[in-house]
Ligand binder design. Structure first.
Ligand code: SAM
Length: 234
């Protein structure tokens, strides 16, 4: 039932514009109105962002490097990227997320010399165009069934000149995650459905379009799992 008329995407957009927006804004924020599970996810996600920043800066300074942050959420990655001097294009399917990211960027980046404000745009991944040195897509694939993930990966790779960083919830931890998923994604809505991905499937999708994995990382906390891969043209 998931793919009738591409309905899944509409449901995801709706979720992240309303209830999901409120929920994830809290998780990605820094106020103390979060429960234990949400706090654990906040910490896990922050580690992912940290790992990705390290992966990126290990290859050299980011000053002047163009980065597309696809599915940027509230800007957790876009803002540190801009602080490092990257030229950031940030986009998200949810207008609420994009305006929140814009607001936070204005607050956190104000008065810092020598950086460019990220360029924010409401767009789904599939509609993004242009060329970027680096494309990053964090914790978005959980909304994609594998049948749609291949095309998504191919499209993101087509936008990237040198590097593509993806994170996803690994299927190896499926049973672990199942036990906890009720807490993570409560409610009857379809948008609360989480798709796990086998690393081999992601690797195959990258290979199909001529990319190979150069680095791998994994972030886990009690309620949060995220496999990170950095791919480069092969
Ligand atoms: N990447 C951000 C981060 O790590 O802080 C946000 C991660 S959040 C779990 C998932 C985000 O993906 C949401 O902001 C949602 O609106 C966005 N999203 C989901 N499907 C999308 C799509 N097809 N195109 C663009 N954004 C999408």
């Amino acid at each position: 039932a998931e793919e009738v008329g591409g309905g899944d995407k509409e449901v995801v957009r709706e979720y992240f514009t309303n209830d999901g927006f409120q929920r994830w804004k809290k998780i990605y924020g820094d106020t103390d109105e979060v429960n234990k599970v949400q706090l654990d996810i906040r910490i896990g996600h922050a580690k992912t962002v940290e790992n990705v920043m390290k992966m990126l800066t290990d290859e050299g300074p980011l000053r002047g490097v163009s980065v597309c942050d696809a599915g940027c959420g509230t800007g957790c990655l876009s803002i540190p990227l801009a602080k490092e001097g990257a030229i950031v294009s940030a986009s998200d399917i949810s207008p609420s997320m994009v305006s929140e990211a814009e607001k936070q960027a204005r607050e956190e980046l104000a008065g810092i010399d020598d950086l460019q404000m990220p360029k924010f745009e409401v767009s789904d991944l599939e509609s993004l165009t242009g060329k970027y040195d680096t494309v990053v897509c964090l914790d978005v694939m959980i909304h994609y069934p594998q049948s749609k993930a291949d095309a998504m990966i191919a499209h993101l790779a087509s936008l990237a000149e040198n590097r593509l960083i993806l994170s996803f919830a690994p299927k190896t931890l499926y049973y672990d995650l199942l036990k906890r998923i009720g807490e993570l994604f409560p409610g009857p809505s379809k948008a609360t459905r989480a798709y796990l991905h086998a690393e081999a499937d992601i690797e195959r999708a990258l290979q199909k379009v001529g990319w190979k994995i150069r680095k791998r990382g994994l972030t886990t906390t009690q309620f949060y799992f995220s496999r990170i891969v950095e791919a480069v043209p092969s």
